[in-house]
Ligand binder design. Sequence first.
Ligand SMILES: Cc1ncc(COP(=O)(O)O)c(C=O)c1O
Length: 466
Amino acid sequence: MSSPAEVRIPECARKHEAGTATGQNFPDSFYAPFLSEVAKSRQPSPIRSLLPLEATPGLLSLLAGKPNPTTFPFTSFSFTASAPPTEEGHGGGEDVALSLTGADLAAALQYGPTGGMASLVDWLVKLQQTVHGRSPGEGWTLSVGSGSQDLLSKAIIALLNPGDPVLVQSPVYAGVIPLFHSLHCEQIEVDADADGISSVSLRTILEGWPAEKPKPRVLYTIPYGGNPTGATATLARRREVLQLAREHDLLIMEDDPYYYLFYDTGPRAPSYFAMERADASCAGHPTGRVLRFDSISKILSAGMRIGFVSGPAPLVRAIDAHTATANLQPASLTQAVAAKLLAAWGHDGFLRHTHGVSAFYRAKRDVFEAAMQRHLAGLAEWAPPQSGLFFWFKLLLPGEGDSAQIVRTEAFERGVLALPGTVFLPNGRTSAYVRAAFSLLSAEEVDEALRRLRETVLAVKAASTT
Ligand SMILES: Cc1ncc(COP(=O)(O)O)c(C=O)c1O
């Protein structure tokens, strides 16, 4: 079985078989202090909580108001998908023709389980086993959501009470800041640099935390290709962060939509989800501090809106309980399409596909980097991203440097749009940084966009000296 790149999971963990790890999982009672009041008081959906009973052999269910699928107009869904590249990395052969008919079609058109369609969940659980060394039945579970954003927002509501402090890697994905903000959480910024989240910054915050103030219980981090920085946390940093989580009793929200885009082909650092299990096998630490978020958005389709959360059952159940009352479930149709494709490709085929995707973006990153050198050398500073879809660069501006006005007005007027760094800072302070997405533009368009940005910066600099 090929893997995305060799993952540095320790030998003792590689050898461990399901159920033989020496470390224990935390008991369910461990999570009670981590769950928010909202999560604890959420009542189970009276209908959805009974749905699993419908599978009882011989039972006649009068339970749910499921519409009769014979009244639905769809008679089949047929689609084609490219075959994954070969083992040697060559492009796939003929497209694979797939269709949803019979029982697959009925499931695709009907209400389904809150945490996702069984066929898709089973496939994803095996993926986590292959990629992260986490065997099913070892105190963790997996649920599908309408994109990882859906699961992240529900996890935040399940873990944080209004006003709680939360540790947030900074700069951070602008899509989570409003989630913490709407709960009036105190966002404690943990610095990040080209080596990912700074464990020194995390230690300083935790060790200097005032004794009279309730300590944060949650750390949010993006380990691969941080959005916006593109930086990936080194193995040493990850080890220290996990150790700090143990010392200070933290849960880690590992938001990892760029895991499969990692550009280096050499050995790679394991996820926190993998590391905590490896430590259970090697050092006997209990497992269950990591709630991991994956997404198919960057590798299969963003519009299908499928993400999945893996982690301790009491936390995933709290997310499911929210789904059961908010949107009932992720869409059955897109889950059925994904399940069909993934079953046809197999795990090997999926991983070969992700290699192809990462190679595609690596080439785009290199084109962008070359254009940065041509147009912005001496006008900006940057570290090339190791994963993800973004370049994060600091404009070398006079004074403190604030990119907001330049990006929003001056650059836009010259025909180029990007995001100013301030939107990625939980406390919204000014920033000289800019985030530029390199996923879509052609080499010619990139060249022109960065030429326009160069003109903008030169004009701003000239204006400041007159
Ligand atoms: C760090 C991060 N987390 C989560 C998401 C949301 O992804 P999804 O499409 O799975 O909801 C994104 C999207 O760009 C992201 O960059």
